[in-house]
Design a protein around this ligand. Sequence first.
Ligand code: SF4
Length: 153
Amino acid sequence: MRSLLWKVSQIQPKKALIPYLTAVKYHENKIDWLLEIAKEIKTDKNIPLTLTALTSLKGIGRKSANVILREAGIPAEGIITDLHVIRVAPRIGIINPTKNGLKAEKELMAILPKEIWNEVGMAISFLGREICRPTPQCDQCPITNCCKYFKEN
Ligand code: SF4
């Protein structure tokens, strides 16, 4: 069966995708990448399901690949590490402060059991989006009892 992306790529591709992706940041670039991927993989059965193969596709970094593997129910090869995780995990005190996503992910992988890799990155990311904002809302946070920042401030 042809993938939906491949079908879309056959009919005024960019125009067809714009209404679905206008709310996404940098959607023009992302639509180009999606179409390039659709042309490359051609059918659903060719969608790669390893971190290495996914990150070889245009526009797919480790974070996106980890999200795709999680959504596909594949055992995790890494931990979803976005800007929220990079900000929040050092505040909690489980990794050192860094601006480097790969370094943060590797530190998380070194200390957290593999069984929770698929869930923990998403959980920390949501905590960062909703509560542990750049200005943390500690009065609403469910993990004050194990947070280094909370204990020190
Ligand atoms: S207690 Fe405060 S600093 Fe710690 S994770 Fe929660 S919101 Fe962030």
